[in-house]
Design a protein around this ligand. Structure first.
Ligand code: HSE
Length: 296
């Protein structure tokens, strides 16, 4: 039996829309084995498709198809800890698991780059699948069907405060809220900050993250879809987070915090209790994952 564990991911990191992403310590686990017919089991009771439309299965099938090997019957189990439709890369975890699981079943014929490209083609952008596969903070470009990624380990002096709401926001809806065109000025606003955020992670200069994670391409259009999001941003910034941004397409709000700041979480919990809108969010203290997906 092949086992695959994939971390949650937090994409965009503010200005790096569809490019930057980082992996955090929340995991989905999957198993794969040949079986007489397709059987998909959710070990945690999550409602998931049990037929060929299942994303793990479809991603595994992409590997068999690429290698021109007939798809056998498969028994797949999923244990989901990453909440779905919350901007924490739950879909990416399924795609990465399906590809890595199938590749392991077939004797590891694909290279990591081929698998990352395949995962990106299925997801449409690399900012979740790349850190899900590689761990750490990953900068990626998807150009003419090829993915180009650089991974940097995240310093253990950082912790991540994930404010996860009790409501979902589908990525399609969050992408539909974006404008078709942006001004040259807004493009420059973002590209300079995405570059600075990358340099800040590489250099360990986290004080820069406040300005480097500001964005004009997506967050202002998505915040109206996240009741309480503005309040979480203001509260986390007031409490001294290095940076606060919408995780992926939302609705989770992520704050990057100094690990030494022992009081951040306590104060944030207290502030959330006092505000009706913020009570819809649960605060999770996550660490960086610098390992990425693991296959056994
Ligand atoms: N970059 C993507 C977005 C991440 O913001 O829509 C979610 O899949």
């Amino acid at each position: 039996m092949i086992k695959v564990r994939v971390p949650a991911t937090s994409a965009n990191v503010g200005a790096g829309f569809d490019s930057l992403g980082l992996a955090v310590s929340l995991y989905n686990e999957f198993t794969f084995e040949e079986a007489p017919k397709l059987e998909i089991v959710s070990l945690d009771g999550a409602l998931i498709p049990k037929g060929p439309s299942n994303l793990v299965y479809r991603s595994a099938k992409a590997v068999f198809d690429q290698l021109d090997i007939p798809m056998p019957g498969l028994r797949i189990t999923q244990q989901n800890a990453i909440p779905m439709a919350r901007g924490l890369g739950s879909s990416s975890s399924c795609i990465v698991a399906g590809i890595l699981g199938a590749n392991a079943m077939l004797g590891n014929k694909l290279t990591p780059r081929q698998m990352l490209t395949m995962a990106t083609a299925i997801e449409g952008h690399p900012d979740n699948v790349a850190p899900a596969m590689l761990g750490g903070f990953v900068t990626s470009v998807f150009d003419e069907g090829q993915v180009y990624s650089v991974k940097k380990n995240i310093d253990t002096s950082l912790v991540f405060a994930a404010f996860i709401p009790n409501f979902k926001l589908l990525t399609e809806k969050a992408r539909a809220a974006l404008p078709q065109n942006v001004s040259h000025k807004d493009a420059v606003y973002n590209l300079s900050r995405a570059a600075l955020a990358t340099a800040a992670f590489c250099d360990g200069d986290y004080e820069l993250l406040g300005v480097a994670t500001k964005d004009k391409l997506h967050q202002q259009y998505r915040l109206p879809l996240i009741p309480g999001g503005d309040e979480i941003f203001a509260m986390a910034n007031d409490l001294g987070a290095y940076a606060t941004y919408i995780s992926g397409a939302g609705p989770t709000i992520m704050a990057v915090v100094n690990k030494e700041d022992e009081l951040f979480f306590e104060r944030a919990e207290a502030a959330m209790q006092e505000d009706e809108k913020m009570r819809a969010f649960a605060l999770h203290r996550l660490l960086a994952d610098n390992v990425g997906a693991v296959v056994e």
